[in-house]
Design a protein around this ligand. Sequence first.
Ligand code: ZN
Length: 410
Amino acid sequence: MSGAEASPAQTVMERCDMLAACTEEPGGITRPFASEAMRRAHELVGGWMRDAGMEVRRDQVGNLRGRYEGSGGATLLLGSHLDSVRNAGRYDGPLGVMVAIAALERLHRAGRRLPFGIEVLAFADEEGMRFGSTYLGSRAVAGTLEPHALERRDADGITVADAVRSFGGDPIRIAEDRWSGPKPLGYVEVHIEQGPVLEALGLAVGVVSAIAGQDRFSISFEGVAGHAGTVPMDRRRDALVVAAMFVVAVEQEARAREGLVATVGKLEVRPGAANVIPGRVDLSLDVRHADDSIRLEACGRMLSDAHGLADNRSVAVEVRPLSENAAVPCAPRLVSLLTRAVADCGQAAVQLPSGAGHDGVAMASVTDVGMLFVRCKGGVSHHPAESAAVEDVAVAIDVLGRFLELLGQQ
Ligand SMILES: [Zn+2]
């Protein structure tokens, strides 16, 4: 080694590159829950945690947890996730863990202790790629992981419980992962924005105001299939025509409300032949907003559109709610402290909601949640082109460091 020592932000970037090499699929980044790739990631991250003065352990479900002791008994939780989607980018998740370690490394090198301990949580399963689950890691810490979640199977038929066992954990003892100390001072996560807002504003970082609530529905329109050549237009009950009108109605409802997003991302036409009138369409609907009342009202309007459009054309409609997650407002105390930290670092401080879900959703049942977003290029995530700038990462480390100072003064 020669030349000047790498800056903390450069180190974070290099570490994200090294983690990108921990993958199940060469040539891309695919790091599922409890995989060999995750085991290699843990070896690296565990080493970096120890270098930053932390005691490191892996809990039963497979989160890696590093603790930096303070002079007092309280604990602040920092973290993000180490798992990825298939063919992922290198920053969604790992960046937050690396920035947290970098902030602590600074304290450690200066030989400093804060009046509270800090636990860095590198969560095992935020994306749910392997088991179609969400938040296996953070829900174990929150104590909200239902036992039946352990019975889920991956594409090879392996259960979550088996995966936990082969990763060195004991599924019977997952309840021990639950946060059991006094209520933490908060859970704070740094994450790439995954959207274009900060880039458009020309800002390196932003403070998250809330994690949007989300509804998912499966909707079926049932008409009558028929011969594309012989059934006259005025006799048809075409399920796809109704579905198409519904997709447009959803877009209109969403565009009419600031901050509302709604997506029909999946649509299946049956029987699906060029010469057959579509008899049935099954589609998905995903609706999100940071304010639950706006989301619920919008869902009501969209579902009533579905019924109205279907009735007009004598098509049957069936709506099945799949999931509902309430919005998680970030704690005003943490939002204002993060906002102050951003300003103290000479940056314009904006607040923005998160349209994507995060481990904070699960951690909200344990403690107050705060998040700091880092600008990413083009708002791209869940894709190899995901990109963050070293200058922005440097700002994020400074802001998190300043936040720790401010919290220590309280
Ligand atoms: Zn993420």
